[in-house]
Design a binder for this molecule. Sequence first.
Ligand code: AMP
Ligand code: MN
Ligand code: MN
Ligand code: MN
Length: 284
Amino acid sequence: MGRMTLQYDLHSHSIASDGTLGPAELVSAAHAGGVQVLALTDHDTTEGLSAAQARARELGLQLVPGVEISVSWQAQTIHILGLNINPDCMELQAGLAGLREFRNWRAVEIGRRLAKAGIEGGTEGARALAKGSIVGRTHFARFLVEHGHARSIQEVFKRYLVNNRPGFVSGQWASLADALDWIARAGGMAVIAHPARYRMTASKLRRLIGEFREAGGLGMEVVSGSHSRDHISTMAALCCNENLLASCGSDYHGPENPWVQLGQLPALPAGCTPVWQSEHWPTH
Ligand code: AMP
Ligand code: MN
Ligand code: MN
Ligand code: MN
């Protein structure tokens, strides 16, 4: 009633995963950009949350403790966000530790494959760029650009780091059921990240949503830094039809990517119920 709508950004990354800002710096940048409620959702780790929380308190910004979990579903990698998670939950931490172990193994394997393609030092190079506890393809991408093997991060992904390319390693991430179980045990809300990015047919996406909902999932991103205007409309309709809550997040990784900025997200389309209006969202 007469309350101003807060600026929400419920998906972002720091150097704890593959972002380029420190967690405190990220919070300051979000605050400067006009974000009032920010979720830090690093890939498979929560190690940035305490520093982010400390800075958020200083600035009077609401920090939503989150995580973006890597999941394998139907031979595809998908990402599930856990929002308002308790990072002290042991089951969650054990699950994330397993994923980071897989990442370490995969980093060695990616390096081996790149070496076969004539590029030495990839694993060490990527590790050196990873400032936190996870090493990911983005770190390899930065290494390859720095060493002149491609002109842009986008190009490295196309040429080296995706299926049928020399630096691609497939593998098993968490199951959908496990990821949702960890999030539930940590008291969080599960949200499907950037659903339009998976290039699934509409029926496959509905199947994913069906399984996700059965396993306790409640939300999906409608507005995302990686969604076009068309994606937003399509996903808003799907979200409504499937009775999911709608989330919005930039998926910000740092100032290097000029396409995604903090505090610039379009509003959720009318008709969507935002995640923060759910009874499952903690009131502040
Ligand atoms: P990983 O979880 O280590 O396999 O890496 C996934 C991350 O790589 C995503 O979260 C993005 O940050 C990044 N990524 C994936 N595909 C692309 C792409 N085509 N261009 C730029 N970054 C990408
Ligand atoms: Mn990423
Ligand atoms: Mn993602
Ligand atoms: Mn992300």
